[in-house]
Design a protein around this ligand. Structure first.
Ligand SMILES: [Fe+2]
Length: 254
């Protein structure tokens, strides 16, 4: 039967929307409560919606009873101090699963490649319903940082880098594209991440914000890319050896 998907994601798996005027909003991410949650890179997360409303960030499918990444329950203590962030997550009118703010410490390019992963958003998602995609609304101004996307984790020619100034709005099929953020800054980066169900509401929201499905790329220095690639291969091999598994089976968690 398959899932309800949006045609706008078909070609590249991502869409960049009109930027949001972040400067008019309070910096609510400084007031919410973060929990340690290891994702890709040096991170903490502040949940706005979790599986059952608790201040935690686990995948909904790990709970009892398990659920798919929909029908998130607002975390009262955080939404009480972040009404704008909640409103932005609700703006598309689509079903919301996990909704959280990520805090990411500065990350080098090689680290980013090592952190590339795909998400597991659609585990337990019943066929015939909407495919889960994830919105990334950049909160801090990081014009020299990039959302790095790859169709093939190990093929640099499939890479897209989307710059992340304040107000950048990107929606990604993160179960299709390998992704991680390259953040060479000196301060942490903050971003609102929301799981949304594909359907007419999300489709209309995207259509109303001048969606762009392919971003022109400034090529990176091939020697820089090769050096980072070599470093990742060495790190993967070392980790695999430590775990006693083949390197191909080892990847960072979503
Ligand atoms: Fe992810």
């Amino acid at each position: 039967m398959g899932y309800v998907t949006l045609p706008v994601f078909e070609e590249t798996g991502y869409v960049v929307l009109d930027p949001y005027d972040q400067s008019r909003d309070p910096q609510e991410w400084l007031d919410i409560e973060f929990v340690d949650w290891k994702s890709s890179g040096e991170t903490r997360f502040a949940p706005l919606a979790s599986a059952y409303g608790d201040l935690e960030c686990n995948g909904f499918w790990h709970h009892n009873p398990p659920k798919t990444d929909k029908d998130g329950v607002w975390v009262e203590q955080n939404i009480a101090v972040a009404p704008r962030l909640k409103a932005r997550a609700e703006e598309p009118g689509a079903n919301i699963g996990r909704c959280r703010v990520i805090e990411l410490q500065p990350t080098a390019y090689a680290e980013t490649l090592y952190n590339l992963h795909i998400d597991d958003n659609n585990r337990l998602n019943p066929e015939g319903t909407g495919w889960i995609v994830r919105g990334f609304f950049n909160l801090t101004d990081n014009p020299d940082s990039f959302m790095v996307l790859r169709e093939d984790r190990d093929d640099p020619s499939t890479e897209t880098r989307i710059p992340l100034p304040a107000g950048a709005q990107v929606i990604v099929d993160t179960q299709r594209l390998w992704h991680a953020v390259w953040h060479p800054g000196s301060e942490p980066r903050y971003c609102l991440i929301t799981s949304w169900e594909s359907g007419p509401e999300l489709g209309a929201y995207i259509a109303s914000r001048n969606p762009v499905t392919r971003i022109a790329q400034e090529p990176l220095d091939p020697a820089f890319v090769q050096s980072a690639t070599d470093e990742v291969a060495a790190r993967r091999a070392a980790r695999a050896a430590a775990l006693g598994k083949p390197a191909v089976d080892v990847m960072s968690e979503a």
